[in-house]
Design a binder for this molecule. Structure first.
Ligand code: SF4
Length: 177
């Protein structure tokens, strides 16, 4: 069974929805639009409060919120947040750099990566000599493009190391690898 606290969700895995509290909540059966309040009326304020209460007890709240950000799902309440609340913090999600997610992607699993995580993955893959074909699959680009990204990362690394006394030899080895 899906556990949002074990490993990051593989892209496209929807099994977490089997544990969604909103899928079985009686209040949703009574009001199918509960998670999609459309106006700022008092009735909708009550809807938001009730939906957020359901989310607060949901086992897959974190995954639900991440999935909404990953898919750019702007509609309705997701992971306990309204559309406008998600819009306000979306940029923070894209700045996330979770080492655990990067490590999972480095091993070849297809997980969603923020821009910052993608950049960190390229850096770590280039420095560790990760297989180009694997990284092409994970990054969804051609192998030639991965090689270009790796060369750029190694050049950057050399630039950094050249500023460190005693490091030029290691830097030269890195760029010629
Ligand atoms: S967090 Fe809320 S919207 Fe998401 S699955 Fe759970 S109950 Fe449904």
């Amino acid at each position: 069974m899906y556990n949002e606290h074990s490993v990051p969700r593989i892209r496209g895995d929807q099994t977490w929805q089997e544990r969604a509290a909103c899928a079985t909540a009686v209040d949703v059966a009574r009001d199918p639009d509960l998670f999609f309040p459309a106006t700022a009326t008092l009735a909708d304020e009550k809807r938001v409060a009730l939906a957020e209460r359901i989310c607060s007890s949901c086992d897959v709240r974190k995954t639900c919120l991440e999935a909404a950000f990953e898919c750019g799902d702007a509609d309705g309440i997701r992971g306990g947040m309204t559309e406008s609340e998600r819009k306000a913090v979306r940029h923070r999600f894209e700045l996330r750099c979770d080492p655990a997610r990067v490590a999972v992607a480095l091993s070849g699993r297809d997980v969603y990566l923020s821009g910052a995580e993608r950049q960190e993955l390229i850096r770590r893959a280039a420095m560790s000599g990760a297989p180009v074909d694997r990284m092409a699959r994970v990054l969804k680009v051609s192998e030639a493009h991965v090689q270009k990204l790796f060369r750029r990362e190694r050049r950057k690394s050399v630039g950094t190391h050249l500023g460190t006394p005693g490091a030029p030899q290691a830097a030269l080895e890195a760029i010629s690898a």
